[in-house]
Design a protein. Structure first.
Length: 595
């Protein structure tokens, strides 16, 4: 999801990158014979999306397109073709051969290129809505291989797709919301503005973006008119009085703005941040204390006298409550804890001392280890380490190393650390948990790594409790990576007995990871809370595949905060020496239990 800045609108990068991605999807639909074209166009699209300058400017400077990573000679010619004509002949040809309206379903659970192609050719289904009609009408039930279970999975997947694609992933919502906020703060008469609603609570998906704007009443009409005339506004839904509601161009995202007086600002922010359930419970708490709480402030229930409302802190004090962080305002016991002043001091991004999951050019990242290390040390000076956790060749269908190649990677890491003058880069690996719970790398090799994470990357439709438990019992496995396996909007979490798994992680000293990739955010907040309640350590890794993705640590920390995590619950708030103690603790448990 792109931003809505003026610079983004002028750039060809996003449009061209999307077109190359669409070409890759077309070839994916056409079958495995085109797998190398899929890889080539996917890599080119990634390069375009990550380019910091307009591709047209890049070409005009006389630079060679083929010097860009992922741009081969053929694709370079097509980029030039697009810049001259606004079209790519390959794309125009493919559009006549494939059902573009169905390509977006290829990653939805229950579908896939082969299934979609079969349905398209036999039933002439061309769009997602036509697919839905075909499913509901029972027309697929006569197809060979379309059993009831598969059809139910398709129906469920289509519903999931619809629900989540009507919302934004947290990372995209943060980007869009920040851009809108900057525009608002620049308007004459706006004294302050802040995000509220589910985005301020850092929920994993966001239906719309809510903003509070503080301004004097005489400026409200002008603010409303000026904002609604901004170029990124597609359609005005409401504009009058205290309310502004618009749909944005390119995102179809709704933005709801409430204009408030200075003395109302804190009360409006308080009630428009919490979930509906939290706000009802907070109003009831105020009522029991003899107060009336609404978006205009806190009033004496008897006299109607205004008592507070300028900021959230004074309202909480008046109500006899500890300040409740926005992430906890979900009516899950936070008010009762706040009354006893027993809310945890939540972890903050500045507490993080290292990224526990980083990919390099050896597998899923375009950048080499030294480039990554120098970037992280410059941009995140508080970091004391990063852990390279590349996977084996063939895992996840991308790049990777052969077992014997880790020796060469270790040598590279040693050279990088020597050049940096510190042991900044740690030697890690992400291993695949096989169907029987064993790992795809032998124990004598695993013992050579400084950090080992284990992941399930196949067998999604099974109960995976046993596999994950067996991984915990391996003394060389330090952490379970994205243990629920869900992909937000594409794949449900697989079946796991979380009570058993969390108890096993606790009893074996195995860490559980929050993977901060926007479509994962796995573990989710409820499971994070359940894990730390049993004493399981949590670590956060971005799974960074390019230099920009190190910023994803903020959303990983947001999940941890929603899971009630303190600094002490998060392993990578520790020094690496303390991480080594954690590993030794697991080894001692394994020795004492004889597992």
């Amino acid at each position: 999801m792109g931003t809505i800045s003026n610079q983004a609108y002028m750039s060809s990068n996003l449009t061209l990158g999307d077109m190359l991605h669409e070409i890759a999807s077309c070839y994916r639909y056409l079958g495995s014979d085109y797998r190398f074209k899929v890889m080539a166009y996917t890599a080119a699209a990634r390069t375009l999306h990550g380019l910091n300058i307009d591709i047209a400017s890049y070409v005009k400077r006389g630079a060679e397109l083929r010097k860009l990573r992922g741009i081969d000679e053929d694709i370079a010619l097509e980029i030039m073709q697009y810049l001259r004509t606004g079209k790519i002949k390959t794309y125009e040809r493919l559009k006549k051969k494939v059902p573009l309206g169905l390509l977006e379903l290829m990653d939805v659970k229950g579908f896939g290129p082969v299934t979609i192609k079969t349905i398209h050719e036999k039933l002439h289904v061309n769009t997602r809505n036509e697919m839905k009609i075909a499913l509901l009408s029972g027309r697929l039930e006569s197809f060979e291989g379309m059993g009831q279970r598969k059809i139910e999975n398709m129906k469920r997947g289509l519903k999931l797709f619809k629900e989540v694609h009507s919302q934004l992933q947290l990372w995209d919502a943060i980007s869009i919301g920040s851009d809108v906020l900057k525009q608002l703060l620049a308007l004459p008469g706006v004294k302050n503005a802040v995000i509220c609603g589910s985005l301020r609570r850092n929920k994993e998906t966001i239906a719309d973006i809510d903003i509070i704007v503080m301004a004097r009443r005489k400026y409200w009409e002008k603010i409303s008119q000026t904002f609604c005339d901004l170029p990124f506004v597609h359609r005005v839904i409401v504009a009058g009085g205290k309310r502004i509601s618009v749909l944005l161009k390119n995102h179809n995202t709704q933005v709801d703005i409430q204009l408030v007086h200075e003395h109302e600002y804190g009360a409006a922010l308080l009630l428009l941040t919490g979930s509906k359930e939290h706000s009802i419970a907070l109003k009831k708490w105020a009522d029991n204390k003899g107060f009336l709480l609404n978006e205009n402030g806190v009033f004496d229930a008897g006299t109607g006298k205004w008592l507070a409302g300028t900021n959230e802190e004074e309202i909480y004090r008046l109500l006899g409550l500890q300040f409740i962080p926005p992430e906890l305002r979900e009516d899950k016991g936070e008010i009762e804890k706040a009354a006893k002043h027993r809310l945890p001091l939540l972890v903050e991004e500045n507490d993080i001392r290292g990224d526990m999951q980083v990919h390099s050019s050896w597998s899923n990242n375009e950048e080499e280890i030294e480039t990554i290390a120098r970037h992280v040390r410059r941009v995140y000076p508080q970091y004391e380490y990063i852990v390279i956790t590349d996977c084996l060749s063939g895992q996840l269908g991308t790049g990777g190393l052969q077992p014997e190649e880790f020796i060469n990677q270790f040598a590279e890491i040693d050279m990088v650390n020597k050049a940096l003058g510190q042991q900044f880069v740690k030697k890690g690996v992400d291993v695949h948990i096989l169907e029987d719970g064993s790992l795809n790398l032998q124990d004598n090799i695993l013992q050579q790594f400084e950090w080992v994470t284990a992941s399930i990357v196949s067998g999604f439709d099974k109960d995976n409790t046993g596999r994950l438990i067996k991984a915990c019992e391996n003394p060389n496995v330090h952490c379970l990576n994205h243990p629920s396996g869900r992909l937000i909007g594409k794949r449900d979490a697989w079946t796991v007995n979380w009570k058993k798994l969390i108890e096993k992680a606790a009893s074996t000293g195995t860490c559980m990871a929050i993977n901060a990739q926007p479509d994962r955010l796995d573990l989710k907040d409820e499971l994070v809370k359940a894990a730390i309640d049993k004493g399981v350590k949590i670590c956060i890794g971005t799974g960074a595949r390019d230099l920009n993705q190190f910023d994803l640590m903020s959303t990983g920390v947001a999940v941890a905060r929603r899971g009630w995590c303190t600094k002490e619950n998060i392993l990578n708030t520790c020094s690496w020496k303390e991480v080594e103690y954690f590993k030794q603790y697991k080894q001692s448990i394994m020795c004492n239990t004889g597992i």
